[in-house]
Design a protein around this ligand. Structure first.
Ligand code: PLP
Length: 350
């Protein structure tokens, strides 16, 4: 059996989609100018503007960490504060890259049980920062993950309120959209309605988890904010000389809405999995809104599934709670993959 079929470890374990490989193959011919001065990269700018229905600046990079940290570095000064959720990828999984690339900006974390931040949470920490003056880092940006690290999705009214509060406090709004496609698929709205129309200034647009080989993009909806980005990207070693290969992947995503079709499939598989787990009496820790399912799995069940080569991560929960796991679905999963996992879970597992 293909081991991927039993892996619910991450959306990163999936292969690149055939459309992406075809696009790479298609552009793998002849010579074109390097460093982004090529037809694919120009087409990307046009496709992104069409997709998001606005003027924007888009710059490809190869990893989500580069997208997030270089975007944030463009938004905040070295003495700036970036407010984010305590579980935000930028805080827990990027080895200090946002701090490093911004030249020392500080991430200040806020909590919530479901991965989302709410507008009223900003007032107190920002009032404190203002009161402390030069002794405190300067409030400069809010970074939110959409979908969140708990697999939940900010509704548009929540986003709008949060971004408005951030702007009132003089913060720029960054969205870590490693799973932006899954969020848009869940919200059933346009990409514009899920981003700049809610007040997002800069978006890390993820494609790798959604079928690309390695491609993400930083999108600035406020073009002024993009001024230094290209210098920062080069300095970080993230300016690909053969940029056509990054741009071709992103173009393949936008063409015929491949990115949304992929995300809808991943979300549908998560919904199917969640429903099947519920039927087996297994408690879910969060509403399943994107492509991640967090479930209370007794240790015996996890061991039994792993002995059948199913893969998933244990998820940290507060002391005293039942053990939990994270199950991630991906664009290439089909009902049989999900049903095979469900079939391996006895009805009396909870
Ligand atoms: C929320 C979030 N942001 C960003 C990333 C991108 O990380 P990477 O640098 O591994 O591409 C990930 C990947 O796991 C993620 O889950």
């Amino acid at each position: 059996m293909n081991p991927r079929r039993r892996s619910f470890a991450s959306d990163n374990v999936a292969p690149a989609a055939p459309e992406i490989i075809a696009a790479l193959s298609r552009v793998n011919t002849g010579t074109v100018h390097s460093y982004g001065d090529d037809p694919e990269t120009r087409r990307l700018a046009a496709l992104a503007q069409e997709t998001f229905e606005c003027e924007l600046v888009i710059h490809p990079v190869a990893t989500g960490t580069a997208a997030n940290s270089l975007a944030l570095a463009s938004l905040v000064p070295p003495f700036g504060a970036v407010y984010c959720h305590e579980l935000a990828h930028i805080n827990t999984d990027e080895c200090g890259a946002p701090e490093f690339f911004s030249g020392g900006a500080k991430l200040l974390t806020l909590g919530s049980p479901n991965g989302k931040l709410a507008a009223p949470q900003l007032a107190a920490p920002i009032a404190h920062a203002r009161e402390m003056g030069v002794h405190h880092v300067l409030p400069a940006a809010l970074s939110i993950s959409q979908a969140t690290e708990w697999g939940t999705v900010y509704r548009r009214d929540e986003l709008t309120a949060l971004a408005a509060a951030a702007h009132e406090h003089g913060l720029k709004v960054h969205m870590d959209g490693a799973r932006f496609a899954n969020a848009v698929a869940h919200l059933k709205c346009s990409p514009a309605e899920a981003s700049w129309k809610c007040g997002v200034d800069a978006l890390s647009f993820g494609a790798t988890k959604n079928g690309a080989l390695a491609a993400e993009a930083v999108i600035f909806f406020t073009p002024d904010l993009a001024r230094e980005f290209e210098l920062r990207r080069k300095r970080a070693g993230h300016l690909w000389s053969k940029m056509r290969f990054l741009s071709a992947q992103l173009n393949a995503c936008f063409e015929n809405e491949l990115w949304l079709r992929h995300a809808r499939q991943a979300n549908a598989m998560a919904a199917r999995l969640a429903e099947g787990l519920r039927k087996r009496g297994i408690a879910l820790l969060q509403p399943v809104e994107a492509n991640e399912v967090f479930a209370a799995f007794p240790a015996k069940l996890s061991a039994a599934l792993r002995s059948q080569e199913f893969e998933f991560y244990d998820w940290p929960v507060p002391a005293g709670s039942s053990p939990a796991v994270r199950l991630v679905t991906a664009y290439d999963m089909v009902s049989d993959d999900v049903d095979a996992l469900l079939a391996a879970i006895p009805a009396s597992s909870a």
